[in-house]
Design a protein around this ligand. Structure first.
Ligand SMILES: C[S@@+](CC[C@H](N)C(=O)[O-])C[C@H]1O[C@@H](n2cnc3c(N)ncnc32)[C@H](O)[C@@H]1O
Length: 244
């Protein structure tokens, strides 16, 4: 097994930095999801530190979560309202909860964190199992961009220069497997820290195929949480799948 396939890797490497400024404003996502949650509860796969779950709960929706990283759950627990949300520690592909949810959601490209072949498909199948009839599974993900891949492979991205460290980032893509490896390197006196991260990316039509195989139907696709029109140029999508 590759280190990239370890569901706990992300939290071990990034939890201490996750809630620093730079992540997207969660309010448009919370507003969109609140409109689909009905009487709840809503289930967030990879709930993380509650970036979206907490503003959604603040809108009166009962939110539950699944998360692989105890470090990320600890961040959630430390925030106002975060201790009250039921969270199962586990792999989101297994969706190890019982229940009948009107809404399950997986945002911020995190479907692609499932790097083991077949696990994204497992995730869809297991979500379909816990969705109530008429329930929705909402995915937010980037649309793969070959030109961006080529730029990523050519360029070293500088992420930080301080008096005692330099942080840079590099990428390697495997176009056949639809995966990439990203290395973030921090150079300090006395050593170099490597933080590997991987994704298995999918085009929207491929995600639709996973949904269809799980018995879910694409109900709507938007360019963003404000329901912007999705076009061939859209860099990302918000897709709503429905269990009829
Ligand atoms: C980019 S963060 C997103 C967190 C949160 N959903 C948000 O929007 O801020 C990715 C999250 O996925 C979690 N994760 C990665 N692989 C996972 C897996 N296989 N099962 C459950 N959680 C996983 C990480 O620990 C991390 O909390």
């Amino acid at each position: 097994m590759s280190i990239l396939d370890d569901p706990g890797l992300f939290g071990r490497q990034w939890a201490t930095k996750y809630d620093q400024p730079g992540n997207p404003d969660p309010e448009p996502a919370a507003a969109f999801l609140a409109g689909l949650a009905g009487s709840g509860p809503a289930l967030e796969l990879a709930i993380g530190s509650g970036r979206v779950a907490l503003p959604l709960a603040a809108r009166g929706v009962a939110v539950e979560g699944i998360e692989a990283s105890p470090e990320m759950v600890e961040l959630l627990r430390g925030k106002p309202g975060g201790a009250a949300l039921p969270v199962v520690l586990g792999d989101m592909a297994d969706v190890a909860v019982d229940g009948s949810y009107p809404l399950v959601y997986l945002v911020f490209n995190t479907l692609f964190n499932l790097t083991v072949p077949g696990r994204q498909e497992d995730c869809f199948r297991n979500v379909a199992r816990v969705l109530a009839p008429g329930g929705r599974f909402v995915i937010e993900a980037f649309v793969p961009d070959e030109e961006q891949f080529a730029r990523d492979e050519r360029e070293v991205q500088v992420h930080g220069v301080t008096e005692d460290s330099v942080t840079v980032r590099m990428h390697r893509y495997d176009r056949e497997a639809q995966t990439f490896l990203r290395q973030t390197l921090t150079f300090r006196e006395g050593g170099i820290q490597l933080r590997p991260f991987g994704m298995r990316y999918q085009w929207p039509e491929q995600i639709d195929g996973f949904a269809e195989a799980a018995g879910l139907r694409l109900e709507a696709r938007y360019a963003d949480w404000d329901r912007g029109r999705f076009t061939a140029e859209s860099p990302s999508h918000v897709s709503v799948y429905r269990k009829d």
